[in-house]
Design a protein. Sequence first.
Length: 321
Amino acid sequence: MSELPPSIEWTGDAVRIIDQRRIPATLELRSLTTVEQVIDAIETLAVRGANVIGSAGALGLALGVRAGLDPRLTADRLIAARPTAVNLRVAVERALAASDPLAEALRLIDADRDECRRIGEFGRAELADARRILTHCNTGKLATTGWGTALGVVYAKHEAGEPVTVVATETRPLRQGARLTAWELAESGIDVELIVDSAAAAALATGTIDAVIVGADRIAANGDTANKIGTRALAIAAAHEGVPFYVAATLNAIDVSTSTGAAIEIEQRSGDEVRDGVAASVRVWNPAFDVTPASLITGIITEAGILRPPFAAAIAEALNA
């Protein structure tokens, strides 16, 4: 078991990241010194995970201001790097509005770390009897600056000495569950079992899964949630098998300007990511995310507590508290 370095940090003159494209083959730290390098890291998924993307965007804006670039134009370029994850826009706009963008970026990183721990503790209490938890994509220490969101619940249970096993989907097309989640949990000494995405419904049908917990890249005002492609299918299968389905996210993933999931922009990825030797002439539809209807979600685990249906009222109350 080893302690992971921070997923992202400020070194005094650069943004240092774990290059998540290199895991699990190697743990490579990269220093980003320009806005262009930050944008490239976000677009190519060297930096990924909604919360870390937000941190990278805020620090990228600070780099741009230091370099004398136009703050508004720099902010717009950073926000455009990943349109689905609302955390990026929120963090960049907050840094832009601050008198000291760097100080605000560092404050946001500290806040994220604290919020992830609170998500973990709320989730641990909610799922006190859950021993086998199925998750999708990567939502832990690599995706945030703290414990994580969905995996934050797992880390909280582990730290409390409670037995917990994570069933991690491979997560196509970039295998972020296999490459990142399985690796991260194994490195942290947490029992993990890897399955391919197409086995998830069968795993739920065995009756051995106590809960499904996933993260969120954007939550609409009504509770509809955008997350890594395949999440919607998991929610449908969980509902069919009577398994509770939770979303875990910091409140800054909620976008009240988006009324329902139908209005969420879904990023499209290159078809080359899934062709695997198939002829280039074959058309590929490769959305990075899908939208899970609020009606399929048992609860949303946030740093303010568990939001429950009806989500529109619960979200409004949490944001106005």
